[in-house]
Design a protein around this ligand. Structure first.
Ligand SMILES: [Cu+2]
Length: 152
């Protein structure tokens, strides 16, 4: 086995940039936000985009945070006239060369039991765990659900 130079190892670690992006392995995590009905809401929906720049498929296994009692990966399915949220059994696949977007009406991170008020502009820390790329710590920035300019 060939030893990797230190620089290459460090390049694989989480590196926040000015654009609120994070990299882990060949994955790019873009602009995580948490949408709340009000700053004192106990639940919020997390949205972000994940781009896989590698040649192998990966999978988001979990999002964990100490800022809420639970944080589950949810999908949304149409059931008749009703949209229903469902737990994403087995996580969220991130195919090679693809971008997976969490957005209103679709995939989201359900933060349940937020422990402190979260005014727009503040953020909570959370850890994303991927099957192959490993873990990356990100900030989910709070945005108001009433803010029509922030559709993400
Ligand atoms: Cu949900």
């Amino acid at each position: 086995m060939r030893l990797m130079p230190i620089a290459a190892l460090l390049a694989g670690l989480a590196a926040p940039t000015g654009a609120h992006e994070y990299t882990v392995g060949r994955l790019l995590v873009v602009h995580p936000v948490i949408r709340l009905a009000s700053p004192v809401s106990k639940t919020g929906a997390g949205y972000l985009a994940i781009t896989n720049r590698g040649v192998a498929a990966d999978r988001l296994l979990s999002v964990t945070t100490s800022a809420a009692n639970r944080s589950d990966l949810h999908g949304t399915i149409q059931s008749g006239a009703v949209m229903q949220m469902r737990a994403q059994a087995g996580g969220v696949p991130v195919p090679a060369g693809a971008t997976v977007t969490f957005a209103p009406g679709g995939l989201h991170v359900m933060f349940i039991g937020l422990k402190a008020p979260l005014p727009a502009g503040q953020s909570i820390k959370a850890r994303l765990t991927f099957e192959k790329a490993g873990t990356v710590d990100v900030d989910f920035q709070a945005v108001s659900a009433a803010d029509p300019t922030h559709k993400h």
